[in-house]
Design a protein around this ligand. Structure first.
Ligand code: S3P
Length: 182
Protein backbone atom coordinates (compact mmCIF):
# COMPACT_ATOMS: atom_id res chain seq x y z
CA UNK A 1 0.00 0.00 0.00
CA UNK A 2 1.45 3.38 -1.01
CA UNK A 3 0.39 6.83 0.15
CA UNK A 4 1.49 9.78 -1.93
CA UNK A 5 3.75 10.80 0.92
CA UNK A 6 2.43 11.16 4.43
CA UNK A 7 -0.84 10.41 6.18
CA UNK A 8 -1.92 13.21 8.55
CA UNK A 9 -4.42 12.70 11.35
CA UNK A 10 -6.18 15.78 12.66
CA UNK A 11 -9.02 16.33 15.11
CA UNK A 12 -9.80 17.28 18.67
CA UNK A 13 -7.94 15.90 21.69
CA UNK A 14 -9.34 12.47 22.48
CA UNK A 15 -10.49 11.77 18.92
CA UNK A 16 -7.96 8.92 18.59
CA UNK A 17 -5.16 10.49 16.54
CA UNK A 18 -2.22 8.95 18.39
CA UNK A 19 -3.83 5.58 19.12
CA UNK A 20 -5.10 5.09 15.56
CA UNK A 21 -1.99 6.64 14.06
CA UNK A 22 0.18 3.98 15.66
CA UNK A 23 -2.02 1.16 14.38
CA UNK A 24 -2.27 2.69 10.90
CA UNK A 25 1.50 3.16 10.66
CA UNK A 26 2.09 -0.52 11.47
CA UNK A 27 -0.47 -1.58 8.85
CA UNK A 28 1.09 0.65 6.20
CA UNK A 29 4.69 -0.04 7.17
CA UNK A 30 5.12 3.67 7.79
CA UNK A 31 6.88 5.55 10.53
CA UNK A 32 4.54 6.95 13.19
CA UNK A 33 5.16 10.50 14.40
CA UNK A 34 3.25 12.13 17.24
CA UNK A 35 3.97 15.84 16.77
CA UNK A 36 3.31 16.64 20.45
CA UNK A 37 5.84 13.96 21.41
CA UNK A 38 8.42 15.43 19.03
CA UNK A 39 7.88 18.87 20.58
CA UNK A 40 8.23 17.52 24.12
CA UNK A 41 11.43 15.74 23.21
CA UNK A 42 12.87 18.81 21.51
CA UNK A 43 11.91 21.17 24.37
CA UNK A 44 12.70 18.58 27.06
CA UNK A 45 9.46 19.67 28.71
CA UNK A 46 5.91 18.37 28.74
CA UNK A 47 3.27 20.23 26.72
CA UNK A 48 1.75 21.43 30.02
CA UNK A 49 5.14 22.83 31.11
CA UNK A 50 5.66 24.58 27.78
CA UNK A 51 2.22 26.22 28.05
CA UNK A 52 2.83 27.22 31.69
CA UNK A 53 6.37 28.53 31.27
CA UNK A 54 6.46 29.91 27.73
CA UNK A 55 2.80 30.38 26.81
CA UNK A 56 0.59 29.11 24.01
CA UNK A 57 2.15 31.33 21.32
CA UNK A 58 5.58 29.76 21.98
CA UNK A 59 4.02 26.28 21.78
CA UNK A 60 2.40 27.15 18.42
CA UNK A 61 5.76 28.31 17.05
CA UNK A 62 7.24 24.98 18.12
CA UNK A 63 4.42 23.12 16.33
CA UNK A 64 5.29 24.86 13.07
CA UNK A 65 9.07 24.49 13.30
CA UNK A 66 8.96 20.87 14.44
CA UNK A 67 6.43 19.89 11.74
CA UNK A 68 8.74 21.45 9.16
CA UNK A 69 11.58 19.35 10.51
CA UNK A 70 9.50 16.15 10.53
CA UNK A 71 8.39 16.71 6.93
CA UNK A 72 11.96 17.28 5.80
CA UNK A 73 13.26 14.16 7.55
CA UNK A 74 11.80 11.31 5.50
CA UNK A 75 8.83 10.26 3.38
CA UNK A 76 6.00 7.87 4.24
CA UNK A 77 5.08 8.85 7.77
CA UNK A 78 1.78 8.78 9.61
CA UNK A 79 1.75 12.08 11.48
CA UNK A 80 -0.66 12.85 14.33
CA UNK A 81 -1.02 16.62 14.76
CA UNK A 82 -2.10 18.28 18.02
CA UNK A 83 -5.77 19.25 18.22
CA UNK A 84 -5.10 22.95 17.61
CA UNK A 85 -2.45 22.68 14.91
CA UNK A 86 -4.82 22.88 11.95
CA UNK A 87 -5.98 26.30 13.13
CA UNK A 88 -2.86 27.78 11.62
CA UNK A 89 -2.54 28.55 7.91
CA UNK A 90 1.21 27.81 7.94
CA UNK A 91 0.49 24.29 9.15
CA UNK A 92 -2.45 23.75 6.79
CA UNK A 93 -0.27 24.82 3.87
CA UNK A 94 2.55 22.52 4.92
CA UNK A 95 0.16 19.61 5.20
CA UNK A 96 -1.58 20.25 1.87
CA UNK A 97 0.43 18.79 -0.94
CA UNK A 98 2.37 16.56 1.42
CA UNK A 99 -0.11 13.72 1.66
CA UNK A 100 -3.62 12.79 2.70
CA UNK A 101 -5.30 14.38 5.70
CA UNK A 102 -7.95 12.57 7.73
CA UNK A 103 -10.15 14.38 10.22
CA UNK A 104 -11.09 12.03 13.05
CA UNK A 105 -14.44 13.40 14.15
CA UNK A 106 -16.04 12.49 17.45
CA UNK A 107 -19.16 13.62 19.26
CA UNK A 108 -18.81 16.24 21.96
CA UNK A 109 -20.34 13.88 24.49
CA UNK A 110 -17.84 11.14 23.79
CA UNK A 111 -14.92 13.57 23.72
CA UNK A 112 -15.91 14.72 27.19
CA UNK A 113 -16.13 11.12 28.35
CA UNK A 114 -12.66 10.36 26.99
CA UNK A 115 -11.12 13.58 28.34
CA UNK A 116 -12.81 14.06 31.69
CA UNK A 117 -9.93 12.60 33.69
CA UNK A 118 -7.13 13.88 31.50
CA UNK A 119 -5.02 16.47 33.28
CA UNK A 120 -2.45 16.99 30.54
CA UNK A 121 -4.41 19.24 28.14
CA UNK A 122 -3.71 22.82 29.25
CA UNK A 123 -6.44 24.31 27.07
CA UNK A 124 -9.04 22.12 28.77
CA UNK A 125 -8.07 23.22 32.28
CA UNK A 126 -10.81 25.78 32.79
CA UNK A 127 -11.99 27.48 35.96
CA UNK A 128 -15.74 27.08 36.48
CA UNK A 129 -17.81 30.26 36.33
CA UNK A 130 -19.95 31.09 39.37
CA UNK A 131 -22.71 28.49 39.62
CA UNK A 132 -21.02 26.18 37.14
CA UNK A 133 -19.64 22.73 38.02
CA UNK A 134 -16.16 21.64 36.82
CA UNK A 135 -17.90 19.21 34.45
CA UNK A 136 -20.01 21.98 32.93
CA UNK A 137 -16.94 24.19 32.58
CA UNK A 138 -15.00 21.50 30.73
CA UNK A 139 -17.94 20.75 28.44
CA UNK A 140 -18.28 24.48 27.72
CA UNK A 141 -14.61 24.67 26.75
CA UNK A 142 -14.79 21.58 24.53
CA UNK A 143 -17.91 22.94 22.82
CA UNK A 144 -16.31 26.37 22.30
CA UNK A 145 -13.08 25.00 20.82
CA UNK A 146 -14.89 22.48 18.63
CA UNK A 147 -17.17 25.16 17.19
CA UNK A 148 -14.18 27.40 16.47
CA UNK A 149 -12.19 24.60 14.84
CA UNK A 150 -14.75 22.56 12.95
CA UNK A 151 -14.52 24.42 9.63
CA UNK A 152 -10.76 23.89 9.45
CA UNK A 153 -11.02 20.25 10.52
CA UNK A 154 -13.62 19.67 7.82
CA UNK A 155 -11.25 20.96 5.17
CA UNK A 156 -9.40 17.62 5.51
CA UNK A 157 -9.36 15.28 2.50
CA UNK A 158 -11.27 12.60 4.42
CA UNK A 159 -13.45 12.43 7.51
CA UNK A 160 -13.81 9.42 9.77
CA UNK A 161 -16.08 9.32 12.80
CA UNK A 162 -14.61 7.51 15.80
CA UNK A 163 -17.75 7.99 17.91
CA UNK A 164 -18.79 4.73 19.58
CA UNK A 165 -16.16 2.78 17.64
CA UNK A 166 -13.48 0.55 19.08
CA UNK A 167 -9.89 1.23 18.10
CA UNK A 168 -9.93 -1.94 15.96
CA UNK A 169 -13.09 -0.84 14.11
CA UNK A 170 -11.75 2.66 13.44
CA UNK A 171 -8.35 1.34 12.38
CA UNK A 172 -9.97 -1.01 9.85
CA UNK A 173 -12.07 1.81 8.42
CA UNK A 174 -9.11 4.14 8.31
CA UNK A 175 -7.00 1.69 6.33
CA UNK A 176 -9.90 1.06 3.95
CA UNK A 177 -10.51 4.77 3.49
CA UNK A 178 -6.90 5.48 2.66
CA UNK A 179 -6.62 2.51 0.37
CA UNK A 180 -9.43 3.93 -1.76
CA UNK A 181 -7.51 7.16 -2.11
CA UNK A 182 -4.44 5.58 -3.63
C1 S3P B 1 -4.02 21.10 21.88
C2 S3P B 1 -4.11 19.74 21.83
C3 S3P B 1 -3.04 18.86 22.33
C4 S3P B 1 -1.70 19.60 22.40
C5 S3P B 1 -1.86 20.90 23.12
C6 S3P B 1 -2.85 21.83 22.43
C7 S3P B 1 -5.14 21.93 21.34
O1 S3P B 1 -2.88 17.72 21.48
O2 S3P B 1 -1.19 19.83 21.11
O3 S3P B 1 -2.26 20.63 24.43
O4 S3P B 1 -4.92 23.09 21.02
O5 S3P B 1 -6.26 21.38 21.22
P1 S3P B 1 -3.91 16.49 21.43
O6 S3P B 1 -4.91 16.81 20.37
O7 S3P B 1 -3.06 15.32 21.05
O8 S3P B 1 -4.51 16.35 22.78
Amino acid sequence: MRLRKHGFLIGFSGSGKSTLGRVLAVKLGYRFVDLDGVIEKHARQSIAEIFAKKGEAAFRRLETTQLKRVLASTRNQVIALGGGAFEFADIRNMVRGNGVTVFLSCSQRELYRRLRNAGDRPLLEVRPRPGETPTQAKIRRIRHLLKKRLANYRAADLILSTTEKTVAQSARRLVRLLKNRL
